[in-house]
Design a protein around this ligand. Structure first.
Ligand code: C2E
Ligand code: MG
Ligand code: MG
Length: 619
C-alpha cells in the first residue's frame, strides 16, 4: 500500500516510510504534515519488499523504517534496506526505548533512531532533518576525498593516470608477471614536433592536442593494460602478458600510426608523430626503475635515429647512455669548475682588409678527453637543461673580451645562441644585465642563431626585443635549415651568414654557385649584411668577392684562436687590427698556416690562452 501526503514544495524532504501499522502511519502523517516547520513529502509502504521496489525507481532523501516488523529485535529488514538505499540515510523506529536495538541498528548503518512512544513533532522533524544533513555532509566529504585522490593520481589535463600511479601499478604488474612467469613490455612515448605546435599555434592548442593524443592512447590500450602521462609530451604504457618483443613492437607501431594521423584543432589541421622506446620485463630490467630507464634509453635511440619510429632496448644503447650520463655530469662540473674556454675567430672585410668582428666558439677542456668540440656537447647541454648557464658564461666571457679591445673599438663580437636560451623569457633581460656589467655597447654584440630557432613566434618576439635594445642579430648556417624566403622577410636580423657548404661550391660554376649568387642578391635586396663562413681558399674568397660578398670568415684568414693570441696578432700588425691577406705568393694552404709570431700572453679568462685549435686537432 502506498500513500502520499503533503507538500510538493521545493525544499520539502522526501521521505519513504516503511510502516506496517496503519495507526502509527496515520499519526506520523499528522505529525509531519503540520504547516509549521520542515515540509515532508511522504511515501508510505507497508513492507521492505515494497520499499526496495520504490528505491529502485524513485529517489528519496531519507528512509524511515519501523523495526518492529522484525521479530525479536532482528535487523533483517534494515540490512536489506541498507543495500538498496546506499545513497540515503536510514532512521529507524523502535517500539520501546531499547538502547540495545538502537545501537545494533547504528552499527548496521542507520543514521539515527526514534522510539514510537515519544515521537513528538519537533523531535521527529529534527531527527529526520539532521539525518539528511549529516548524510549530505558525509557524502560531500567522501566526494572531496575521492576527487583529491583522483587529482593526486591523475594528470589534470588528460585525466590519464600520472607517473606516481603508473609506477605503483607497474610495481604490481611486475610482481604478477614474476609470479606467473609472463613477460611485460614498457613503452615510452615522446611526441615529435610538439614544441612547434605549442610555439606556432599557442599553448591552448598544444593542450588540446595532448588531450587528443591521450584519447587515442586510451583507445589503443586494453583495459587490463596501463597508460599514463608522465609530463609534457611524454607518455608511458605497459602491456601485460606479451608473448615476445615482436608483439610489443607491433602494438607500439600501431599506436605510433594512430598518433601520426592529423589533428583538427582550432580550425586548423596539424600533425605530430611519436618516437617510442621499448623495454621488456624480465629481459631488459629486473624492477620498475630499470625497465623504465631502459625504455627511456631506447626512446632516446629512436629520437636520435630520426624520430617517428620504435626502438627496442639493447645493451649497446646502455653503454652509449652511460657515456652520455658521464658527459652530462662532467659538463655540469665544466661549467662551474672553469673547464670551458672560448676561442675567437676573426671576421674580415676583404675589401678594406680589416677585422669587422670576431665570432666566439666554445670548447670544453675535458680532464681526460682533451679538447671536446661544441658539436659533441652543445646538444647534450641543451637536453640536460644546462644551456642557460653555459650560454651565460659564453656571453659574459665574450663581452668582457670585446669590451677590452681598444684597438678595434668598432669590431663586433658574435656569440652563438641556442634555442634553449632564446626560449627563456628572461633572456633579453639577462643580455642587458651582462652588457651593463661588462660595459660593452649593445651595437657591438651580435647574436647568431639558426633559421629553425628563429621560426617560432616567441623567438621572433625575443629577437625583436633584443634588437630594440640595439643588439645585432644574425642568421647562422643560412641555407641548411628551412630557408624560407617568407621567414627571411619577417626575421628581425641584421646579418645573414652563408653556410660553408655553399662556400665550398663558390669557386666553380655549379648549382651551389648559382644558389650562392641568389642568396647574396636577395640578402642585399632585403637590406641585410652577408657574411660567408668557412672560407678556406683564395679561389673561394675571390669568387665570393666577385659575387658581391665582401665579409668572410674561415681558416684562410684565421682558425679560431685563444683570446691572448688574437690580441697579440692584431697588436703586432702595423695597422691596428688589420689582418694581412697577402696573395698569392705568401699564401699557404690552411693546414699549413704559420704559427703565431709570438707565444700567446696569459689572458684573464680561464685557461683559454693555453689552448689553440691545433690542440683541438690533436685531441
Ligand atoms: P658555427 O656557429 O656555424 O661556427 C662555425 C664553425 O665552423 C666552427 O666550428 C668553426 O670552427 C668552423 N670553421 C670556421 N672556419 C672554418 C673553415 O674555414 N673551414 C671549416 N671546415 N670550418 C670552419 P666549431 O667551433 O666546432 O663550432 C661548431 C658549432 O657549434 C658552431 O657552428 C655553433 O653552432 C656551435 N657553437 C660553438 N660555440 C657555441 C656557443 O658558445 N654556443 C652555442 N649555442 N653554440 C656554439
Ligand atoms: Mg656561428
Ligand atoms: Mg655557421
Amino acid at each position: 500500500m502506498t500513500e502520499s501526503a503533503d507538500s510538493t514544495q521545493d525544499h520539502s524532504i522526501s521521505l519513504l516510510l516503511v510502516e506496517e501499522d496503519d495507526l502509527s502511519a496515520k499519526r506520523l502523517f499528522e505529525v509531519l504534515s503540520r504547516p509549521e516547520g520542515t515540509r515532508f513529502s511522504i511515501t508510505r509502504v507497508t513492507d521492505v519488499e515494497e520499499a526496495l521496489g520504490k528505491l529502485q525507481h524513485e529517489s528519496y532523501d531519507v528512509l524511515l523504517l519501523d523495526l518492529s516488523i522484525d521479530e525479536a529485535g532482528g535487523l533483517g529488514s534494515l540490512m536489506r534496506a541498507r543495500v538498496a538505499a546506499r545513497h540515503i540515510p536510514i532512521v529507524v523506529l523502535t517500539y520501546e526505548r531499547d538502547e540495545a536495538v538502537a545501537l545494533k541498528a547504528a552499527r548496521a548503518g542507520a543514521q539515527d533512531y526514534l522510539t514510537k512512544g515519544e515521537v513528538t513533532p519537533a523531535l521527529i522533524s529534527r531527527t529526520l532533518l539532521h539525518a539528511v544533513e549529516r548524510h549530505r555532509m558525509l557524502r560531500d566529504l567522501t566526494e572531496a576525498q575521492q576527487r583529491q585522490h583522483f587529482l593526486a593520481t591523475h594528470d589534470s589535463l588528460t585525466e590519464l593516470p600520472n607517473r606516481y600511479s603508473f609506477l605503483a601499478q607497474l610495481g604490481t604488474a611486475i610482481a604478477d608477471a614474476k609470479r606467473n612467469g609472463s613477460q611485460l613490455a614498457v613503452l615510452f612515448f615522446d611526441l615529435d614536433g610538439f614544441k612547434a605546435v605549442n610555439d606556432n599555434l599557442g599553448h591552448p592548442v598544444g593542450d588540446e592536442l595532448l588531450v587528443d593524443v591521450a584519447r587515442r592512447l586510451r583507445k589503443m590500450i586494453r583495459k587490463s593494460d596501463m597508460v599514463a602521462r608522465i609530463g609534457g609530451d611524454e607518455f608511458l604504457a605497459a602491456i601485460r602478458n606479451v608473448p615476445n618483443v615482436k608483439a610489443a613492437e607491433r602494438v607500439a607501431n600501431h599506436i605510433r600510426e594512430q598518433i601520426e594521423k592529423p589533428y583538427h584543432l582550432a580550425g586548423a589541421e596539424c600533425w605530430v608523430s611519436a618516437s617510442v622506446g621499448i623495454a621488456m620485463f624480465p629481459e631488459n630490467g629486473a624492477d620498475v626503475d630499470e625497465v623504465i630507464r631502459h625504455a627511456d634509453t631506447a626512446l632516446y635511440h629512436a629520437k636520435e635515429s630520426g624520430k617517428n619510429r620504435v626502438s627496442v632496448f639493447s645493451h649497446e644503447m646502455n653503454e652509449a647512455a652511460t657515456e652520455r650520463f658521464e658527459l652530462v655530469n662532467g659538463l655540469r662540473e665544466a661549467i662551474h669548475g672553469g673547464q670551458l674556454l672560448l676561442m675567437f675567430q676573426p671576421q674580415v672585410n676583404v675589401v678594406t682588409e680589416e677585422i669587422i668582428g670576431v665570432e666566439t666558439l666554445v670548447r670544453w677542456k675535458h680532464p681526460t678527453r682533451g679538447i671536446v668540440s661544441p658539436a659533441e656537447f652543445i646538444g647534450v647541454a641543451e637536453e640536460a637543461g644546462m644551456m642557460v648557464p653555459l650560454g651565460e658564461w659564453v656571453l659574459r666571457t665574450a663581452c668582457i673580451a670585446a669590451a677590452s679591445w681598444e684597438r678595434i673599438p668598432d669590431a663586433r663580437v658574435a656569440v652563438n645562441i641556442s634555442g634553449r636560451q632564446l626560449d627563456h623569457e628572461e633572456f633579453p633581460n639577462r643580455v642587458r644585465a651582462i652588457l651593463e656589467e661588462t660595459g660593452l655597447e649593445p651595437h657591438r654584440l651580435e647574436l647568431e642563431l639558426t633559421e629553425s630557432l628563429a621560426a617560432s613566434d616567441s623567438a621572433l618576439q625575443g629577437l625583436q626585443r633584443l634588437r630594440e635594445m640595439g643588439i645585432r642579430t644574425a642568421i647562422d648556417d643560412f641555407g641548411t635549415g628551412y630557408s624560407s624566403l617568407t621567414l627571411l622577410k619577417r626575421l628581425p636580423v641584421d646579418t645573414l651568414k652563408i653556410d660553408q657548404s655553399f662556400v665550398r661550391g663558390a669557386a666553380v660554376t655549379d648549382p651551389d654557385a648559382v644558389i650562392l649568387e641568389a642568396i647574396i642578391r636577395i640578402a642585399h635586396g632585403l637590406g641585410l649584411e652577408v657574411l660567408a663562413e668557412g672560407v678556406e681558399t683564395i679561389e673561394e674568397m675571390d669568387s665570393l668577392h666577385q659575387r658581391g660578398c665582401a665579409m668572410m670568415q674561415g681558416y684562410l684568414f684565421s682558425k679560431p684562436i685563444p683570446r691572448g693570441e688574437l690580441e697579440d696578432t692584431v697588436a703586432g700588425t702595423e695597422a691596428a687590427w688589420r689582418l694581412p691577406i697577402e696573395r698569392p705568393e705568401t699564401w699557404s694552404p690552411p693546414d699549413a698556416m704559420p704559427p703565431p709570431s709570438s707565444p700567446p700572453a696569459a689572458s684573464p679568462d680561464s685557461a683559454s690562452a693555453e689552448a689553440t685549435e691545433d690542440d683541438e686537432d690533436d685531441a
